[in-house]
Structures are given as C-alpha cells and as structure tokens.
Design a protein around this ligand. Structure first.
Ligand SMILES: [Zn+2]
Ligand SMILES: [Zn+2]
Length: 451
C-alpha cells in the first residue's frame, strides 16, 4: 500500500510529510542536507522546461551537422565533427572507447532531450503519453551519463593543445556546443522525479488515456480500501525517524513510499513498476567489486600510452602524465592543473572516498556521517569530469590525420582510462548512501547530540 502524503530522503531515509508546492525553492533534508527528489517547485514550470528542451534539441542537431574544429598547417586542412571523432576511434580499433564517446556525447543527451519532450508535451496538454513509466525510468537512467559540458571543456583543451602545432579555426559546432552546455545546465536543474507527481495529478483529474485511468482507479480503490493501515503508518511516520523504522519502503526510482510487506520479498512499486528494496541489494559487495576492478585498471591507465603520434617518420607515445608535463613545460600551467585535477586527482579521490564509504558501511561505523554524506555527494558530482582526457584524445585523433606528415591514433591507455571512469561511476551508483546513516540511528542519543 502506498502513502502519497509522505516523502523519504533518498540519501538518509528520513521520513517527512510531503511539503506543499514550493515557490522557486528547493527542499533540503533536515538530517543530511540533501536536496529532496520529487518535491515540485515552481521556478521551472513545464512550459519553461519544454521551451529550453526544444531549443536544446535544435542546437544539438546543429552541433552534430558542422565541424567542431578545423586545423590548417603547411597548406593542408583537416576538420572534425563529433561523429568523425567517434568514427576515427572505431577505425583505429578502439571500439569500446568509440562506443563510450558516442553514448556520452550523442546517444544519451539526444535521447534525454527527445524523451523529455515526449513526456512533457502531452503532460502540458493534460494527457499521459504511452509507455510513460518506461520512458521516464530511461530518462532517469541516462541522465548521469550525458556529458556535454565535459566534452565542451575537452574541446577547449584540444584548441590550446593544437594551437602550437597548427592554425586552429573554431567550427560552427563549437558555438553550438557552448550554447548546448548552458541549456543542459537549465535542464539539469529540472528534477525528472517531479514528473511522477505531475503524472499522478493529471491522472487524478481524470483526463488521462482510458487504459491508464482504469489502472490508476484500480490502484486508488485498493488504497482507499486500506485506510486503517494508512492511518497507522502516518502516526508511525510522525514518531519514527526513518522510513525503515516506520515499516515503510521508499521506491529508488520514483520515491513513492510503500508499506513494507514481510510476505512479499520481491514487491514492485505501484507507481513506476521498479523492484522495491529497503536498501540496494548487495550494495557493499557490488561497490567493492567495481572499485577493485577500477583500481586495477588505474595502473595501466597511467602507465600505457593514451596516444601514438607519428610525425615525418618519428613515432612518439603520450601517457596522461606525459601530457600534463608537456603543458607544464610549455607554460600552460593552468591547463596542466585542469588536466591533472580531472585525470589524476579526481579518479584517485573517487577511489579513496568510495573505499572509505564501503569499508565504513561494511564495519557498521557511525563515524562522521554528515561529512561522509557530503563526500559521497561530491563524488557523485565530480565523477563525470574524469572523461575529459578521453574526449581530448578522440578529438585529437579525428583532427590530426595529415598522411605521412602527422598522424595521431589512440593508445591502450585511453581504453583503460575510460574503463576506470565508467567503473567508478557505476561504483558510486551501486553504493547506497542510506548505509551511512543506518548505524547512526542505532544510537539515537549520539545522533541527537550531533544534530
Ligand atoms: Zn536526508
Ligand atoms: Zn516507484
């Protein structure tokens, strides 16, 4: 049974009564400080999100159609679109890296934009589109993997890198990517979890499609038939701190709070259809396994060459650290610092912080929960920026193909490095942040002292 008037923090499982619509404000959890998912605020109306999404989709098509950069040297010219960058990697037998660049810069961002429009336009008109649940779940899944802003920084670094070798002419696509980055910042401020609430409101008004409405009414009838249970759970919510202690489970995907049913071990959410779990199953084991794989690949990622350069019969291999040293020696120390932070420090920090979180969760530690929660949030935010070097390599490979004069191909280091980024992102996704707080709540007196 569902409790639509309750909301649980996705990071610490604290239970609250759902606030009314907020006027341009974002609600934060009073225990851990995380911004609450699915709480609707009026700053970004559906109309505004729709307008920005349409503009972003048009800009995205322009960005794909024209070259990002052009190179001119010794009377020879070369240009590269984003698709050509992916094709160069594919032809250089870097299939996995090519697939990674294609998914993060083309497939996932375009899917997010098209799917958002597919959901938003009918909702604005008071209808629920077909396959709403599956499309919204897919939007929530692909969102962290779209990396347009990281690619944009990669283009800027490639320009600085190439300027000493040849004349660099910015292409139309570069400006389109700049505009697209800003638009994605606006779209990122829109929490797709809100669409579950909006869908419920639309269906409640009785203007949804006939099939969906029948299903919804059936569910509402089931809810209303169990009013006694709801009253019990509500009173529990006012006295207990977390959803788990109140005998409730919040859906990972849409946030809807359900009563825990001891008999049904694999229950599904009544709203989005996702499997319901009190905590992500095998969270610590899976996170640790992914971290171990990432740590093992981090060594070849730094030791193996990320690029092979052949100039007039002379071959040279570049590692990530070699590239940073090159920037430093040529006086581009701000650039050396950016690449060092994104490619060396961020992956190391991610590995160290996630290892700390996993060990602490495994040992049942209640040490500094607020600081650990902040560290976890930081890892979630910065993880994607490590893809920077992979994007620089893909653009450089596509741009520099001047026959026997100069040729650059991607090296095995790029594959190892891309794998480290993906594995650490999967690891932070597999870790359940509510494990940080579970042990704190076993000691209520200490928890009260901290707050
Ligand atoms: Zn919280
Ligand atoms: Zn759900």
């Amino acid at each position: 049974m569902e409790h639509r008037d309750l909301i649980a923090c996705h990071e610490c499982d604290s239970l609250f009564r759902k606030p009314p619509r907020l006027r341009g404000l974002v609600a934060h959890c009073s225990s851990c400080g995380a911004s609450m998912k699915g709480v609707r605020h009026a700053a970004l109306t559906l109309d505004r999100v729709c307008a920005v999404t349409v503009a972003a989709l048009i800009t995205f098509l322009i960005a794909q159609a024209f070259p990002v950069l052009e190179l001119e040297t010794e009377g020879l010219t070369s240009h590269a679109t984003l698709f050509e960058a992916v094709r160069s990697l594919w032809q250089g037998h870097m299939h996995i890296v090519a697939a990674l660049v294609f998914c993060t810069t083309m497939l996932f961002p375009s899917f997010e934009l098209a799917a958002l429009l597919y959901l938003l336009l009918p909702l604005r008109a008071g209808r629920v589109p077909r396959a709403f649940d599956a499309v919204l779940r897919a939007v929530q899944f692909v969102r962290p993997w779209g990396m347009t802003e990281v690619f944009m920084l990669g283009v800027l670094i490639t320009i600085v890198k190439m300027v000493s070798l040849a004349r660099v002419i910015p292409g139309t696509s570069l400006f389109a990517f700049g505009a697209l980055t800003l638009m994605f910042c606006v779209i990122a401020a829109f929490d797709p979890c809100m669409l579950w609430e909006i869908r419920d409101e639309v269906m409640n008004r009785g203007v949804a499609g006939a099939g969906s409405t029948r299903r919804y009414r059936k569910r509402r009838a089931a809810d209303e038939g169990a009013q006694g249970g709801a009253a019990l759970a509500d009173s529990a919510a006012t006295t207990c701190v977390t959803a788990k202690h109140a005998g409730l489970i919040a859906c990972h995907c849409c946030g809807l709070v359900h009563s825990r049913n001891a008999q049904a071990s694999d229950r599904r959410c009544a709203r989005c259809g996702c499997a319901l779990h009190e905590r992500r199953p095998e969270s610590v084991t899976r996170t640790f396994g992914l971290l171990l794989a990432a740590a093992m690949l981090y060594i070849p990622a730094n030791l193996l060459p990320i690029m092979h350069t052949s100039t007039l019969g002379r071959a040279e291999d570049d590692t990530i650290l070699g590239g940073i040293a090159y920037f430093w020696r040529s006086g581009d120390w701000p650039l050396a610092a950016i690449v060092f932070v994104a490619s060396v420090m961020v992956p190391m920090l991610k590995l160290a912080i996630l290892t700390l979180q996993t060990v602490a969760a495994y040992r049942g530690s209640d040490w500094q929960p607020l600081e650990r929660a902040k560290l976890y949030r930081m890892v979630e935010r910065i993880g994607r920026w490590s893809m920077l070097d992979v994007f620089v390599v893909s653009l450089t490979v596509a741009l520099v193909h001047f026959g026997s004069l100069a040729q650059i191909t991607a090296g095995p280091g790029a594959l190892a490095f891309g794998s480290v980024v993906v594995l650490t992102m999967l690891a932070s996704n597999a870790f359940d942040p509510r494990l940080i707080w579970d042990n704190v709540r076993l000691r209520p007196a200490r928890a009260r002292g901290r707050s």
